[in-house]
Design a protein around this ligand. Structure first.
Ligand code: HEM
Length: 406
């Protein structure tokens, strides 16, 4: 797969993946919307457009609430992919109202800023313990030792996944998320299908167990809501749990390591942060803007729209470039500069509109907790080896981040 020659945007080119932001600048200069043949999508790269489209009800994450695949001019997915689609299509992220509204309302109670605020001491303790382990070992892999175990433990704890069952969560999530990359191949699809079957089977059993022995976890809460008002089917419950477990750690892990790698590449900014820990809240936001963890989100055009005179018909697909929107000079002064004191920072990393990240308050607490623990307990932390970037485009991350204490 390769992009047209006149286009700097090439999500299969390692040089683009290493630093996509100059290519985004070129793309923004070329206009507001551009058809991208290799994926059959309309690319939108400006902050104002992405922001408006995320709130535009003529677009949707799915079309299946209004049209069949055939009516929408799309080929149904092959039957062998069915377990992945059944799982994916019943999660709120891939539903539109009224189903989206019903499920989001039930789940959102667990994620209000006030509820999440109560988790702060627990999250901080967890971060301190993980960082203490890293310090004791004289260094290690920031991804494996801190960035990953923290959000996995938090979301697993919230849902009530026993500690002894947690090992496969990361591989299941990684295999399922492979399907969110552009044009995933058959091998990725097979892995995602296998993970979908195993993850669903595991949760079906756990839900049955919680039905017999309820606890004070989120799964028991969803079962109670389901049994009281029949407001969540069993499939929706399974899909909701998988979505929460996957979305609940994937981007947080990547934000942590992308963020620390950016800090190591900007020693002046890291020194300023080390000298003044009160910068943590603006630093968390700026690092999420500077190297955007989720680069692209798609929407289906349910009713014809027009962008800059270009008519985009029903049935088309729009690809919104979050990384580009976050570097748009029309909104961010000096966008390619990492500025941990940046206050006016309306980045779009958590999306906008009805699918705005339900976990944003929790993600912020987790990112701030690990950053503060690392600043306080590992003040001499430094890079031990140049990291290797994951070959993915949509979910932007590193294979690991080797660190040592100076
Ligand atoms: C830095 C970390 C995170 C980032 C960057 C992030 C980003 C996003 C984005 C961009 C979306 C919307 C996608 C779209 O509009 O198509 C989203 C939705 C969602 N996120 Fe997050 N997220 C993060 C952490 C979390 C956490 C910790 C949780 C849960 C515990 C979570 C749960 C969800 C859920 C359930 C949705 C679907 C919401 C809906 O469809 O209404 N996320 N997230």
């Amino acid at each position: 797969m390769a992009a047209p020659r006149d286009l700097a945007f090439d999500p299969w080119d390692p040089a683009f993946l290493a630093d996509p932001y100059p290519a985004y600048a070129e793309l923004r200069e070329q206009g507001r919307v551009r058809y991208f043949e290799p994926t059959g999508q309309w690319l939108v790269a400006h902050h104002a457009d992405v922001s408006a489209l995320l709130r535009d009800r003529r677009l949707g994450r799915t079309y299946l609430h209004r049209f069949s695949h055939e009516e929408f001019g799309r080929t149904p997915p092959p039957p062998e992919h069915e377990p992945f689609h059944t799982l994916n299509d019943h999660g709120m992220l891939d539903l539109e109202p009224p189903d989206h509204t019903r499920i989001r309302r039930l789940v959102s109670k667990a994620f209000t800023p006030r509820t999440v605020e109560r988790l702060k001491p627990y999250v901080r303790r967890l971060a301190d313990d993980l960082v203490a382990g890293l310090v004791e070992a004289g260094g290690g892999d920031l991804l494996r030792d801190v960035a990953e175990p923290l959000p996995v433990a938090v979301i697993a704890e919230m849902l009530g996944i026993p500690e002894s069952d947690r090992a496969p969560l990361r591989p299941w999530s990684a295999d399922i998320c492979g399907m969110y990359e552009l044009n995933p191949g058959e091998e990725a699809a097979a892995r995602a299908v296998r993970a979908s079957v195993e993850f669903s089977d595991y949760l079906r059993d756990l839900i049955a167990e919680r039905r017999k022995n309820p606890g004070d976890d989120l799964i028991s809460g969803l079962i109670a809501a389901h049994d009281e008002g029949d407001r969540l089917t069993e499939q929706e419950m399974i899909s909701t749990c998988v979505l929460l477990l996957n979305a609940g750690h994937e981007a947080t892990v990547n934000s942590t390591v992308n963020g620390w790698w950016a800090l190591f590449r900007h020693p002046d900014q890291l020194a300023a942060l080390r000298a003044d820990h009160s910068l943590v809240p603006t630093a968390v936001e700026e690092l999420m803007r500077y190297d955007t963890p989720l680069q692209l989100f798609e929407r289906w055009v349910l009713d014809e729209i027009e962008i800059d005179g270009q008519v985009i018909p029903r049935g088309a697909e729009i690809a919104m470039l979050f990384g580009s929107a976050n570097h748009d000079p029309a909104v961010f002064a000096d966008p390619s500069r990492l500025d941990l004191t940046r206050r006016d920072n309306p980045h779009i990393s958590f999306s906008a509109g009805i699918h705005y990240c339900i976990g944003a308050p929790l993600a912020r607490i987790e990112l701030a907790a690990s950053m503060t623990s690392l600043l306080e307990r590992a003040p001499t932390l430094r890079l031990a080896a140049e990291p290797v970037r994951k070959p993915n485009f949509v979910i932007r991350g590193l294979e690991g981040l080797a660190v040592e204490l100076g």
